[in-house]
Ligand binder design. Structure first.
Ligand code: SD4
Length: 341
């Protein structure tokens, strides 16, 4: 539960420096004026990022590595059965299978990913093992499951009574069609990420006390998706990207649009060109609008970014995107992100 959090409306204050309990905190990139590096720091998407950040902070505050912090952090919502869009308890696909997507990236540019993984509650830890124990970046489906089981992960039922009930209710009203483009109006956009059904991928970025960056991203994906559908979250460059020279970025929302624009890579490259994290996220959101102006009005995509100085920022298409920030000054900060529409 979020009990001690501070909730800040960034939407109305832009990238100004916010003062919380007498301590100056950067509410957006470019906001910090001291020039000092703000480290360690961890940021993550949505309100449940607050609890996830706490687990990451337990690693970071003792001088731990950003990679260990982001893995520990995102495991919290993965294990939270009340969270219906990450890990165990996540909404299934249209056929009732819970299929999980996750990826992780470290300061060396190493990365690991799993997609459409079933029966394993902590896909982020499997993704880390893909990175550390295989010559590959990405394993999918049955192969990813086989690899997980060989490495001691337990096979579990990920569909909970709650997520099963939601799926059955959706089947009744959801105009089930096995093959339909999400832009086809028969698959109504009120069931797309950003609404009450699904807006809960966790993307997390951390800068440790050695000044190294890592990131993690994990989700059960779009609720009631087509079987076999993979979103942006396990795609390096789309759902997550980290470059230790520049910064990191992560995405949430309709993964198809994030993949089409290689969103997180774009945000990092824009920061490399000198944009603040907030402005880089805004530019990436604008790119989606430019490519698909009509679609963009109806869907949610949000980007979150952290640079090498520990400055952070976010931007989304629609209102409602929040992100959590945790550093030495403030452990339970929740920021209401800026948005275009
Ligand atoms: C996906 N990006 O699978 C994920 C879903 C999501 O907030 O982030 N929802 O497309």
């Amino acid at each position: 539960m979020i009990d001690r959090r501070t909730f800040i409306k960034a939407g109305t204050i832009g990238a100004s420096v916010l003062s919380i309990g007498g301590l100056a905190t950067a509410g957006g990139a470019g906001a910090r004026t001291s020039g000092a590096i703000n480290k360690p720091i961890v940021i993550s998407t949505w309100d449940f990022g607050v609890a996830a950040n706490r687990a990451a902070w337990a690693v970071l505050k003792n001088g731990g590595a950003a990679l260990d912090a982001v893995e520990a952090g995102v495991r919290v919502p993965e294990a939270d059965l009340s969270n219906l869009t990450v890990g165990k308890g996540g909404y299934p696909d249209r056929d009732g299978h819970v299929t999980l997507d996750a990826c992780i990236m470290d300061d060396q540019g190493n990365c690991g990913s799993v997609a459409a993984l079933e029966h394993i509650a902590h896909p982020i830890s499997v993704a880390r093992l893909v990175m550390e124990k295989t010559p590959h970046v990405m394993l999918v489906g049955d192969g990813a499951l086989q690899f997980a089981l060989q490495n001691g992960f337990e096979k579990e039922q990920l569909l909970t009574p709650k997520s099963e009930a939601a799926w059955k209710a959706w089947l009744k009203e959801g105009k089930y069609e096995p093959v339909v483009n999400i832009e086809n109006k028969s698959f109504t956009t009120d069931k797309l990420p950003g609404n009450q059904y699904n807006h809960d991928t966790i993307g997390m970025l951390a800068l440790d006390s050695d000044g190294n960056l890592s990131g993690a991203c994990t989700t059960s994906g779009m609720a009631f998706k087509m079987r076999g559908r993979v979103g942006d979250s396990p795609i390096i460059g789309a759902g997550l990207y980290v470059d230790n020279e520049v910064g990191g970025a992560t995405a949430t929302g309709v993964g198809e649009e994030v993949i089409r624009t290689v969103g997180s890579f774009l945000v990092v490259e824009l920061m490399r060109q000198g944009l603040s994290p907030r402005d880089a996220c805004r530019e990436a959101v604008e790119r989606i609008i430019k490519k698909k102006p009509e679609t963009a009005k109806e869907i949610q995509v949000g980007f979150l970014a952290l640079n090498k100085q520990g400055e952070y920022g976010a931007f989304s298409l629609q209102k409602g995107f929040s992100y959590a920030v945790c550093d030495a000054q403030q452990q339970d900060l929740l920021v209401d992100g800026e948005h275009v529409f």
